[in-house]
Design a protein around this ligand. Structure first.
Ligand SMILES: [Zn+2]
Length: 242
């Protein structure tokens, strides 16, 4: 009799445990959002204003900072973008490995063009790329994004000399930002370095407007915007730079 009782007790406990686990699995499945497979289309790009695009990037940055990146179906997005692309923005960023641009703005395949060069200063090839993005591919926003503790800008402040014409040429692009920033030329002064990085962003925005007729015209017509931004290595936030 005792044996039968024990058997029923164990069987009942096993049944209760199993139904609890099942309920937990069902709850997990219900809370898990489906993977996002949609990509930018000509229509979704054309209905966005430059402000919409900026807001979209900034809310993506909020999700990045709160560890709530969108779960995407990447193979589906790859497949959906094979025949064309309609990116909403072009972002000119530094090459720094701590600034993962698409992740910083929670963007998927086909969402944004990303142009990268150490210190995020423009040059003719980058201007051509920006003009292609806004003039041909229909992007609505040009963002120049500098970042905290930029090694390229720091090297220019320190007058780094590695005996390379290429490096000299790269670093020389930051001179206007350095000479235009008040303070002693000293990269260990964190506030000074931050001000130079921001001045370099503003200078690059100004240069893009003055050196590209296409960008200037589209911005004057209100079809695109050019903005500067600063990325914090400390908290992953992006803030606009005047
Ligand atoms: Zn950098």
């Amino acid at each position: 009799m005792k044996v039968i009782f024990k058997f029923f007790l164990v069987a009942s406990l096993a049944l209760i445990l199993s139904s609890c686990q099942q309920a937990e699995k069902t709850a997990q499945a219900e809370t898990k959002a489906p993977l996002v497979a949609e990509v930018m289309s000509k229509t979704s790009q054309s209905v966005m204003t430059p402000d919409d695009v900026l807001n979209n990037l900034m809310s993506g940055n909020d999700r990045y900072r709160s560890n709530k990146l969108t779960a995407r179906d990447f193979p589906a997005q790859v497949s959906a973008t094979t025949s064309g692309q309609f990116p909403k923005a072009i972002i000119l960023s530094c090459v720094d490995s701590r600034v993962p641009v698409e992740m910083v703005f929670d963007q998927g395949v086909g969402d944004v063009f990303v142009a990268r060069v150490a210190g995020n200063a423009e040059n003719k090839d980058l201007l051509g790329s920006i003009e292609y993005a806004v003039g041909v591919a229909g992007s609505k926003l040009v963002m120049v994004m500098g970042h905290e503790s930029c090694g390229a800008v720091k090297s220019a402040v320190d007058k780094l000399d590695v005996g390379s014409e290429n490096v000299d040429n790269l670093l020389s692009q930051f001179e206007p930002a350095i000479t235009g920033t008040e303070g002693e030329r000293n990269s260990s002064d964190k506030a000074y370095l931050t001000n130079v990085v921001k001045a370099n962003v503003s200078q690059t925005v100004k240069d893009i407007r003055s050196r590209s007729g296409i960008v200037k015209q589209l911005e004057d017509q209100g079809k695109i915007s050019v903005v500067g931004a600063y990325y914090s290595l400390k908290d992953g936030s992006v803030k606009l730079v005047d």
